[in-house]
Design a binder for this molecule. Sequence first.
Ligand SMILES: Cc1cc2nc3c(=O)[nH]c(=O)nc-3n(C[C@H](O)[C@H](O)[C@H](O)COP(=O)(O)OP(=O)(O)OC[C@H]3O[C@@H](n4cnc5c(N)ncnc54)[C@H](O)[C@@H]3O)c2cc1C
Length: 479
Amino acid sequence: MLRTDILIIGAGAVGTALARELSKFKVKVLVCDKNDDVGGDASKSCSGLTSTSATMPVGTLECKIRTISHTMVDVLCRDLDIPIIHCGSIAPVLTDDQMAQVPKLLDRAWQNGVWDYEFLPREEILEMEPTLNPEIKGGIYSPRDSQINQFLMVVAEAENAAENGVEFMLDCEVTGIETEDGRIRRVITTKGEIEAGWVVNAAGLHCDEIAKMVGECDFTVHPRKGEFYVLGHDTPVKVKHIISSVPTPKTRGVLVIPTTDDNLIVGPTADDVEDKTDRKTTRDGLEEVRTKALEMVPGLCFGDTITQFVGARPARVPEGYNILVSEKAKGYVGISGIRSTGLTASMALAKYIVHEMQGAGLALERKVGWIRTRRGIVKFAGKSDAEKDALIAQNPLYGKIVCRCEQVTEAEIVQAIRRPVGARTLDAVKRRVRAGMGRCQSGFCGPQVIAIIARELGVSEYDVRKRGVAAYMLDRGGK
Ligand SMILES: Cc1cc2nc3c(=O)[nH]c(=O)nc-3n(C[C@H](O)[C@H](O)[C@H](O)COP(=O)(O)OP(=O)(O)OC[C@H]3O[C@@H](n4cnc5c(N)ncnc54)[C@H](O)[C@@H]3O)c2cc1C
């Protein structure tokens, strides 16, 4: 039987940030996830904003943790080579009703210590962002909101944690937890039993199911679905800032987001649904996004859409961040309520959880020689001819373009597979190096990526999956 000091269930933004934090200490840490890759569920399909706490409920744990975490983002990006753009956000005010909300929003931001959240007059806002609807009455400018590459953030934290000794078990679903004399003993998974001193439930949307396994579930979690469009690089109307609807207590509303890879993401909706597996876009949801986005940025070209996707926020009832260090099942730590803010909050949340675990008796001794930094895979796209020549001289596979849309080379794909916690599926390659992210959505490069994955992993091409348990790319045709 596998044995570990700490088992983290869930390799999303929260689980991997915690794994990295714990990798600073002399403890054995194992992260398991039911998915085939790190990146989580909500984490990989969110808006990717790292924002201030301007719109947070005042005085809550969520607000406090997010405020601290937001100040830690730049150091994380520097240390782990994570792409981020510091573009700031603008919420254009279009109606009298929205105008009436402005003083309340500014007051809340003030109480949350976000003192650079300001209402600016129409002319100033239009000068900053000329693509906005000229009918606006003004706008709320939040200069410290940024867009981070959410896929690479989680991958980078996982790679760095792995380099520091954390182990990852993927395609590994937790199905039960056994306790003995009021203490956690064993965790039952689809890959066998694991004996663990501590179990941290970072299972996002499914954290209630894990909590029930130890009898510590006095809440429910349901998906709050968000639908998005992705527009291609060449769309003629782009924005320089994150354009956000005037926020409501439930959501920041529809956003138009410039990404670190020069796409535009437009969305999300915020619809409470029951089915945790529902990732279907809907005609109504997409129409709502389109209408609201066009009210703010009338020139957006939805004809340049290359794909649409859905993310599911883990909405807790009752709501709010909740970190439970169990008395009933000693060694169990439950994390719940990390709904729309968890990407930004994950760094400080990880430190808070470690602190709580220490308070409950976890003895932690710091390691000497902890590796703080990690470098990302060098991209071929966007380099000068001289830089491209130098890359090819270093590694001839940089001379072989596999994904034409995004100009991704075989060298990058091979590195994505060979790195610690490397890619095993088409989607995992796509998230790391963008092969298949472009207009043709892997129509051209898909077969080549399958062949490279098969070669690198020493498996048959028939065994290569898009993602998930049984999503094989090739049909054996009865063979
Ligand atoms: C539409 C949308 C927009 C958002 N926008 C933002 C934003 O702009 N900024 C921001 O900061 N936050 C945003 N968020 C919120 C943010 O994405 C989440 O708060 C954060 O990603 C939660 O991370 P997590 O690790 O808790 O959950 P997840 O990323 O969902 O990870 C949980 C992991 O647990 C695994 N798991 C579940 N059950 C089991 C099991 N039984 N066994 C093994 N593994 C299991 C899952 O496979 C998954 O990988 C948004 C979310 C959505 C959906």
